[in-house]
Design a protein around this ligand. Structure first.
Ligand code: NDP
Length: 476
């Protein structure tokens, strides 16, 4: 019914001439796809079938093969191991771990729902509390309670207090239950994605922003509802994107460092580097949580398995592979190597943050700001939302956005490479992250540009003519 209603509305808009003179697509169709081509469908089915096994593989090889990626394949090929023997050796689900995970997720829900942000009242420059999201394709602007930094601070203060004074649990608790936790996170990831899928049919939060493609796999994976909520404030995207996964990221790394200390009596400089560089990234995320409302995950992607399962399972397990690797392979880097990794990580972070900051400043001030000491240049654009409203926007051609169209991704990739390089060159296992991030961000770049082109039409073409490269000036 919702799909029919949307189709009727699209027809009405086009018969009214509502599909703008300035944009090429009918109004409000610039979000994710309405129709699925065979390539996208094959990719979706492939991911649904392989991603859970890929996560298991990368964690299992550390548990059973000291993080050698090739060893299990060689053993399987020679008959020394079977899929069954590998599976039998993997720790199974335990109720104790299920209890730990339930306490963890519940605690994050309580922090998210019941503790309104106060940090913005005393942290200068921090934008917390109630904030507006971006305009949705249907023309809505949602409100969000931004309290991620506060949740992160409370969680880490408690972790520190436990490690130093209370000793309720060991700081290695996460590492010690890592594979049983994988089963629990999968249960939550599938439950949340399935709930969101059913909810979209039965009681969507905003039916106007639902997208049905007619393909069940695509709908399940890429989501139907744009901003599913329970009640006024429990926003699925904001909660699952940031917490429990990203709050956990730094705790998982601390648990790995504690395990190194327990096993070897010292913590390697590589482990410290990974902890510090990834903590900068995580803290940056929470410091800029309000800005994050304007990024693709929140303001363009729909909530399905890709975000639900991805945030519960993929992110905490695969974004932390470097620390896991270093528990099994305690690499001590030379000073020159450590300094080079630190430099790469910090320069990458600088480019990533400054590029994102420039766009945010430019959009917030509607171009009335200074970028690299000058008034920014930009291209005026127009687009229509699903309610037929004509809106205006600007695409900046100054600063990092004049050098390439996605230099924020380039900076992110440099940082990601630094985490991997911190693990030395003994195994390819920790380098999975840079391979994955490259695929993710190049694909995201193409996906985003396709969407922008649908949204802005000829104006987008003017922008790509003015800034011809995506990630690397002169190359790509
Ligand atoms: P961006 O922040 O680059 O946002 C892209 C959007 O910005 C476009 O859709 C368009 O939106 C607008 N835009 C594009 N060009 C311009 C311009 N010249 N001037 C003004 N606005 C412009 O992308 P993401 O949301 O994907 O990424 C945000 C950050 O998050 C990135 O730094 C990325 O590296 C990081 N990230 C990290 C991930 C991880 O797993 N570690 C995953 C995903 C992202 P509009 O419709 O408003 O015009």
């Amino acid at each position: 019914a919702v799909a029919m209603e949307a189709t009727q509305r699209r027809q009405k808009l086009s018969s009214n001439g509502g599909a703008s003179e300035t944009t090429e697509e009918p109004a409000g169709q610039w979000g994710r796809a309405w129709e699925v081509d065979w390539f996208s469908l094959s990719a979706v089915i492939l991911l649904l079938c392989t991603a859970p096994f890929l996560v298991f593989f990368f964690v299992m090889v550390c548990d059973q093969y000291q993080c050698s990626v090739s060893q299990p394949l060689v053993e399987l090929y020679s008959g020394e191991a079977t899929l069954r023997s590998i599976w039998d050796k993997a720790p199974s689900f335990t109720w104790t771990t299920a209890q730990i995970y339930t306490v963890w997720v519940s605690f994050q829900v309580v922090l998210y729902m019941c503790v309104p942000d106060i940090t913005h009242k005393f942290l200068p420059g921090y934008a917390g509390g109630v904030q507006d999201g971006a305009r949705t394709p249907a023309g809505l602007i949602n409100k969000y309670e931004i309290n991620g930094l506060q949740s992160w601070l409370i969680t880490h203060a408690l972790w520190y207090a436990n490690a130093q004074y209370f000793h309720w649990f060991s700081p290695t608790i996460i590492f010690d239950n890592w594979i049983p936790l994988l089963w629990c996170t999968n249960l939550l990831g599938y439950a949340v994605s399935t709930f969101a899928f059913v909810k979209a049919y039965l009681f969507p939060t905003n039916a106007e922003d639902c997208k049905f493609t007619g393909n069940v796999f695509y709908n399940y994976m890429m989501g139907i509802e744009f901003n599913p909520r329970i009640g006024k404030w429990f926003d699925f995207k904001l909660f699952f994107n940031g917490r429990p996964g990203i709050v956990a990221w730094t705790l998982i790394n601390l648990s790995y460092a504690a395990k190194q200390q327990e096993l070897y009596g010292y913590v390697t400089n590589s482990m410290i580097l990974v902890n510090v560089l990834q903590a900068i990234y995580v803290l940056d995320f929470f410091w800029n949580e309000a800005w994050y409302l304007k990024t693709i995950d929140i303001c363009h992607d729909h909530f399905g398995w890709y975000l639900g399962w991805g945030d519960c399972v993929w992110l905490p397990f695969l974004y932390t592979l470097q620390g896991l690797y270093l528990v099994y392979n305690p690499v001590q880097l030379s000073t020159a190597h450590a300094a080079a990794v630190l430099l790469l990580g910090l320069v990458g972070y600088y480019i990533f943050r400054s590029t994102n900051h420039q766009k945010d400043l430019f959009r917030r001030t509607e171009g009335k700001c200074s970028i690299w000491g000058k008034k920014p240049t930009f291209i005026e654009c127009a687009y229509r939302s699903g309610d037929g409203g004509l809106h205006h926007s600007k695409l900046m051609t100054s600063g990092f956005w004049g050098v390439a169209r996605h230099l924020n991704y380039t900076g992110d990739l440099m940082g990601s490479l630094a985490y991997c390089a911190a693990c030395g060159f003994g195994h390819i296992h920790p380098y999975f992250y840079i391979v994955y991030m490259t695929i993710l961000l190049v694909h995201r770049c193409v996906r985003d540009e396709h969407r922008c082109s649908s949204k802005y039409g000829k104006d987008w073409k003017r922008y790509t003519d003015a800034v011809p490269y995506r990630l690397l000036p002169g190359i790509f």
